[in-house]
Design a protein. Structure first.
Length: 148
């Protein structure tokens, strides 16, 4: 068989289509965990979220985090700790939603402890949601967990 320009174009197009198909299959198999599961619902409630963030801005510095031996300790200002009626803590892992951790907010001695053995090393975003006098508040803090 003689190799001419028609054969070259055919081989090139065949390889190109095979590579495109392989990339499409690869792309569809990737985990899409960076998109919120209720994306549309969160978009509709955007005004409410802006109100929550505006209310919560005053409390951003009243919550501090530190790593102790076996715990990630979240320290609350005494005035804030007294005002919290109920709440949740979400350890949000940006790289994989399967490694997120949600806990009920129970404050003892103005602190909340998260066992480090439930977390893997890396970057988390600590999201604290709470209610006080019927209003919702939310504070986010970046946290780095070391494997020491």
């Amino acid at each position: 068989m003689k190799f001419n320009w028609g054969t070259g174009i055919f081989i090139f197009l065949t390889l190109f289509l095979m590579a495109a198909a392989a990339f499409i299959i690869f792309a569809f198999r990737q985990d899409k965990n960076l998109v919120h599961k209720e994306y549309y619902k969160k978009g509709v409630d955007y005004t409410e979220q802006m109100n929550i963030e505006a209310r919560s801005a005053a409390f951003k510095h009243d919550i501090q985090t530190r790593l102790e031996d076996d715990f990630l300790v979240v320290d609350f200002n005494e005035n804030l700790a007294e005002k919290i009626d109920s709440g949740n803590v979400l350890m949000f892992r940006p790289s994989s939603s399967r490694q997120d951790l949600t806990l009920a907010l129970t404050i003892r001695d103005n602190t909340f402890k998260i066992p480090k053995d439930e977390l893997i090393s890396g970057r988390y975003i600590l999201k604290i949601y709470w209610y006080s006098d019927g209003l919702k508040y939310e504070v986010d803090k970046p946290v780095i967990i070391d494997d020491e």
